[in-house]
Design a protein around this ligand. Structure first.
Ligand code: GUN
Length: 293
């Protein structure tokens, strides 16, 4: 069994991005600039956004954090998005999700100029990805594809099972895995809350991507010996022995599944750091106008 070290790969890629930024500076160009909008004080979102800001520093980017309280109106949020869309000093920006219930998340996503949508959530980016056109790919799926590529895991013709059909992970990772590309070219099955025989379907898979948000959902009896397992779960479970009072728990029963696998990602230190690095990569591409001129 080989552990897929997302932390190590993400640090390598951040160094590559930082070197690219220094080249831009040497050519007299400005640093890539990522802005993030954070609403409220959800613990998970605070941590993600703090990590994004830190990664910007490591990559040599400029970052701006715009904070609102939970009671921000949809109108105020949309005005801020319009301002960022029009601001030539900002290459890309994200609105950290989830948003408070009184705000229409889809309306917010669609208000973002797709050329600055470095999260890849705008329907134009999602649609372009689904037909294989250049676009901003959403960060977690893109990070998973980078891990498969860097660890030389063969996807062509592989049987892949994706557990979960969220717009952020399940659907886009299924799209990328089936794309006629390398990595890609896989035979993909997506399982969700109405799927039957999940255990049998998983048991036949060469690659399983678990993105269902249920701690320890994928157990050893569901995994074929020699399979690759990618764990996207990050549920916070109470843990009095930690300073924070919680630990992150993946969707995979790691202890019992890992010995069966050819490759597996840990939680934390697997997919999580790759998600952030994909966002950095998208921001670099936005600053260099690689995708949209
Ligand atoms: N919430 C959970 N994951 C993400 C992400 O990748 N981007 C944003 N904006 N919000 C999230």
């Amino acid at each position: 069994m080989e552990l897929i070290d997302g932390k190590k790969i993400s640090e390598e890629i951040k160094r590559e991005i930082a070197a690219e930024v220094e080249k831009m500076i040497a050519e007299g160009r400005r640093r890539p600039h990522l802005a993030a909008i954070l609403v409220g004080h959800d613990g998970g979102s605070e941590t993600y956004v703090a990590n994004k800001v830190k990664s910007c520093e490591q990559c040599g980017f400029t970052s701006t954090l715009i904070r609102f309280e939970d009671n921000v109106t949809e109108e105020e949020l949309l005005e801020t998005i319009d301002r960022l869309n029009a601001d030539d000093s900002v290459d890309g920006f994200i609105v950290q999700l989830p948003l408070p219930r009184h705000i229409n998340e889809q309306k917010v996503i669609e208000a973002i100029d797709y050329r600055k949508d470095v999260d890849g959530f705008h329907p134009i980016n999602v649609g372009r990805m689904s037909i294989g056109l250049p676009c901003f790919r959403s960060a977690t799926p893109a990070g998973i594809m980078m891990l498969l590529e860097r660890y030389g895991i063969k996807t062509k013709g592989a049987k892949c099972v994706v557990l979960g059909r969220s717009n952020i992970v399940g659907k886009p990772v299924a799209t990328l895995l089936m794309q006629k590309a390398q990595p890609g070219d896989a035979t993909v099955t997506v399982c969700h809350s109405s799927s039957e025989n999940i255990k049998e379907i998983c048991k036949d898979a060469d690659i399983i991507v678990a993105a269902i948000g249920k701690p320890h959902f994928l157990t050893a009896d569901m995994v074929k010996p020699g399979a690759t397992v990618i764990d996207v779960g990050t549920t916070r479970v109470p843990d009095a022995s930690r300073k924070s009072g919680f630990r992150l728990c993946g969707d995979v029963d790691f202890e019992n599944v890992a010995p069966l696998c050819s490759h597996i990602t840990p939680v934390p230190g697997g997919v999580g750091p790759m998600t952030i690095v994909s966002l950095m990569n998208n921001t670099l591409q936005a600053a260099q106008h690689v995708i949209y001129k």
